[in-house]
Every structure is written in C-alpha cells, then in structure tokens.
Design a protein around this ligand. Structure first.
Ligand code: ZN
Length: 310
C-alpha cells in the first residue's frame, strides 16, 4: 500500500469562456487566481489556476477554457461533483450569496452527517459547498466573500462510476480507507492528509458514459510531497499493472497521469515547487506566465487571449 499520497492536489475542469470563469471563481466563490498561464499541450488556450491565498495543494481548482467547446454530458467515468470545504454554519450565507449572484441549481442536502449546498458552476459544473468544523487551512481573504464563510480548499470529489470495484481497490492501494456507505455512496478517506482528504464513489450502473466538454472535470490530481515520493508511487503503480505516463514538468509541479479503472483520469502531482516559483506571492496570477517551450509565442498569445485581471 502507498503511504505517500496526501489527498487531492488539484482538480482541472473544462470551460467555454475564460472571463466568465475567472469572474465566477474569484468574485462568486472567492478563490484567488494564483496562476495565469497556457495549456502546456495546447498553448492557444489559457490554463487558469485558483486556490487559497498561498496556492496550497488541496485547494487548487484549475480550468482549461476552450472558447468553442461543446457542453459536456454528465455520466459515469468522471468526477461528478467538486466539493469545497466551508466553515460550519456558513451555508445560509452562501445560499443567499450564490442566489444574489444568479447561480443556479441550488439545493441543500446532508451526506455522512455533514450539511452541503449543491450548485451549478459557470458551465453547469457539478459543485458543492460542504460544512466542515475546524478546517485549519487559511482562506483567501482578498475576495468579496465574508472571511467567516470563505472556502478553505477542497472537501472532496465525488466520482460517478458504473462499477466502483476497481477504483475502490485502487484508492485503498493509494492509502484511502472506507468510512462508510450511504445511499449508494462509498466514502473513502485519507487519514492525516492535507485537508482535501475525502473521495466519494457514487455507483450508478445504468448511467451513460460521460462525454467531456464544457462543465466537465478533465482530471483529478493527488498530492505527493516531492519528486522522490512521486517516483516511488510511479514504480508501485506500474508494478500493479497501471499504464503511467513518464514524469511531465508542469513548472509549478511535476505530474504523472493514468486512467483509473472506472474511467476517471488520475494525476499524481508534487507539492514542489509551487506557484511562487516564478512570481512574488503578493502578485500571484497577475501576469501571463509562459513555460519556456512556449515563451516564443508570447506576442501572439498576448494578442489573441482574452484579457484577464490586468
Ligand atoms: Zn493536472
């Protein structure tokens, strides 16, 4: 069994409109934009990163905004709901705040004894705010959301699967333990993780296979401390028979990717070097940062990408 996985590192979704997405995540949800760069594999579109004030792994939501992408179709084999942690007692504030901002799909429910508020993201993304007592992670306090209610980071991600068996076994191997089952949802927890410790597995045998598009989660990344931990994890997963990519340099972390048995794309990402590696902590996410392989495209990209932030 692996001991190196610390919880969720980041979640990456696809969107249509970069500006609308940026406004929603910063103004409506109150996260900090911590990096404005391009998709390293498709540099004509942005890769936008949002997180708490320090860009801590476990708080990082990222988007690929493709202007012409069609809407995704919900189904099995994807992250169905991205769930943020908010302080206990804050959901009344959030319900009013989201409603005032025109957010749709609001509904309250209880899961494993915790209250949550479901809502639709800017492209109909499945999102929720989940009350957590005493989440010690520092929120971003530069936003238009009350400090007492601000998002602390991820609470969990909910994976929708036709058959959860293979993914359950994989998560167990990755160091997660089952907490219990409720209404067809198995909750797996990484004890002593980075705060983003929970993965829910929702079994829906009859669900159609999800079709990725705007509003879909592209992949979920799990955190490891450093390169050494990542290489050890890679070797162990290869020994288990998984097809894993080589280590890829994403500038702010190093990544490996593989497909989980239920169809969800998993990434393992290092906590190092982090988002302050190429700009000051005080100015994260302001300037367009390009990886060296795309630095020669700067003039063209600055002319073609929509202006965000400055
Ligand atoms: Zn990623």
């Amino acid at each position: 069994m692996l001991t190196q996985i610390e919880g969720i590192h980041h979640i990456t979704s696809m969107a249509r409109d970069a500006l609308a997405t940026d406004r929603f995540i910063t103004d409506t949800l109150g996260l900090r934009r911590v990096k404005k760069t391009v998709n390293f594999d498709a540099p004509d579109v942005y890769h936008l990163y949002y997180a708490n004030g320090s860009g801590q792994p476990g708080t990082v939501m990222t988007y690929f905004p493709f202007p012409t992408i069609v809407a995704g179709k919900r189904g099995a084999g994807e992250v169905g709901t991205t769930v943020y942690s908010v302080p206990k007692g804050s959901l009344d504030y959030w319900a009013k705040h989201l409603e005032a901002q025109g957010v749709t799909g609001l509904s309250r429910e209880s899961r494993f004894g915790e209250d949550r508020l479901l809502f639709a993201g800017v492209n109909g993304d499945g999102c929720a705010l989940n009350e957590v007592e005493g989440d010690a992670r520092e929120p971003w306090n530069g936003a238009k959301v009350d400090d007492d209610a601000a998002i602390r980071g991820f609470h969990s991600a909910s994976l929708v699967l036709r058959d959860r068996g293979g993914t359950e076994a994989l998560l167990s191997f990755m160091g997660y333990t089952p907490l219990g089952e409720e209404n067809g949802v198995l909750r797996m927890v990484r004890k002593d993780g980075n705060g983003a410790n929970v993965i829910d597995l929702e079994t829906r045998p009859d669900a159609p296979v999800a079709r990725q598009g705007a509003g879909s989660v592209h992949h979920i990344a799990f955190a490891v401390a450093n390169d050494e931990a990542q290489i050890a994890v890679r070797e162990e997963l290869v020994a288990q028979g998984f097809q894993i990519t080589p280590v890829i340099d994403r500038d702010y972390f190093h990544s490996i990717y593989f497909r989980a048995p239920g169809g969800v794309l998993f990434e393992i990402a290092t906590n190092e070097p982090g988002f302050a590696s190429d700009e000051d902590m005080a100015h994260l996410g302001e300037a367009l940062k390009l990886p060296k392989q795309h630095a020669h495209l700067r003039e063209r990209l600055e002319a073609s990408l929509p202006r965000i932030g400055n």
